[in-house]
Ligand binder design. Sequence first.
Ligand SMILES: C[S@@+](CC[C@H](N)C(=O)[O-])C[C@H]1O[C@@H](n2cnc3c(N)ncnc32)[C@H](O)[C@@H]1O
Length: 341
Amino acid sequence: MPSVQFLGNKEKLLPWIFSFVPTSTLQKPLRFLDGFSGSAVVSYEAKRRGFQVTSNDLLQSCWQSAAGLIENGTNTLSLAKAERLFERPTGASEMMRRLFAGRFFTESEAGLLDSFRSNVEILPAATQALAMAVMNRALTRKILMGHFAHCQALRYAADPTRIRRNPSIAKPIQQLFFDLLPEFNQAVFDNGLAHRAHNMDLLELLHDEADFDVAYFDPPYCMSHSDYQSFYHLLETFSRRWTNKEFVGGTNRYWPPLGTDFDKKATVIDAFGRLFKLAAPIPLWLISYNDRSYPNVEMFHNLLLATGRTIEVHRYQYQNSRGGKGSVKGSHEILFVARNE
Ligand SMILES: C[S@@+](CC[C@H](N)C(=O)[O-])C[C@H]1O[C@@H](n2cnc3c(N)ncnc32)[C@H](O)[C@@H]1O
């Protein structure tokens, strides 16, 4: 898996998380649900370890990573096809230029994104998702801090001190894309099983199916950098080609946001209650949490105990600040392991 840059991603914690997951074998593969898949790095590790993976995230820009690298096991994007994505088509939409030129990109870069977004649709679905995943990754490299909830991108990209520390912010988008493409192509692999990537509210997905052996839940940590739609609004607008939205604030984020009950204090406890009911048929749950979220660890533990499962609580202390979602030095990452045995 190419290295990820997604707030709250679990790339560094994979060995720790998977030490609590049983082994899956080709003779008897286990079905693994990654319910809040984000960067898809956990799904990818599960696929690598021989699980049959179902990935899901509310954000379409996250779904593209899972569709391109988890569900897709065979299709890569050739250099020749990739080059054509940057040609100027006739009648390309001007969405990115209109919304984000002068905020995050120059006029010509934003125009290039409009061309890419129109052209990418001629690719078959799996390759299209892969191409979008590469572009989303290129865009987070281009913008300092890797998210779109600030308005400093163009200022930083012209600041020699910042550029020395992070040369990517001054590189052309097209170059960032072609730097990343070989890594993504190499990461496409088939583990012999059929995988799926969904783009929906996890509660709706579980309503339709809960036929899994293991579920990994890594929800937004409520009250601790949980507003993923503000951080990644630009990728979502780019992916969905939003037209039926307002665009608000200095960053021009779309409004209203997609509905999720996991990132608001008023609704989060009820959302977990519904999640635990719907996931009842799944024998093993692993739930990532941290000690700066609402409800706090003790309350959350009590909610889990009320399900009647056996609960283990494991802690991992961050040694260095990695930014985002409370993963600051001294804070603890928690993993609840809930078994129905
Ligand atoms: C902590 S991040 C997951 C990080 C991921 N495990 C990784 O390693 O990259 C939480 C994710 O939950 C997603 N999300 C929020 N509400 C959701 C919902 N109701 N259903 C599905 N996904 C949701 C967010 O879009 C975000 O990508």
